[in-house]
Design a protein around this ligand. Sequence first.
Ligand code: GRF
Length: 210
Amino acid sequence: MKEKARLIVMISGSGSNLQALIEAVQENVLDAQIVLVVSNRLAAYGLQRADQAGIDTLYFPLKPYRAAGQSREQYDADLAQKLQEYHPDLIVLAGWMHVLSPAFLNHFKRRVINLHPALPGQFDGVGAIRCAYEAYQAGEIEQTGVMVHYAVPGVDAGPVLVQETMPFLEGESLKDFEDRVHAAEHRLIVQAAQRTLDARNINSQVREEK
Ligand code: GRF
């Protein structure tokens, strides 16, 4: 029996996108297993979601590195080394709030994908949902969207795997808009994870056939 693809999910917050992945795995919508959930924040509710689902967790804060005068690269390299022990086929950044450097990404080429609630090149970084909403209110944009892209050095850049445009609704509150965006994220993150694994499987099949 072939082992299911091994996923690591990295979070910093409530973990609603992690929850979408957990449920997709449980319902066999996503043909994989989540072997580890990583958070840089101990208070991240996503860690409790992982515990409730019986998934291993790793709390890996940056603060001790800063306090010891160590670099982000050292943090990233140590984090990569820990994650390599889990032999991940795919690492999903689901609200992970640190920008990962090559010291991490170089260990997992084309195996790290990042969810971002904006369209490519729009509203990079934190607060993208509110920024998009305010830009619409100011008449600067007509639509926004959600995307999942391969993580490369640099904030929310990298080849796009999936994206979905989202219209604005006249008179919609920010809260209602945010809820609509998160619902789109929960669909897209599962689609993107499966698509990435399928692409890798195809690659591995081609390799086997050669
Ligand atoms: C999501 O909106 C994600 O796109 C952004 O941070 C939020 C994480 O939400 N980067 P959650 O922790 O998955 O609920």
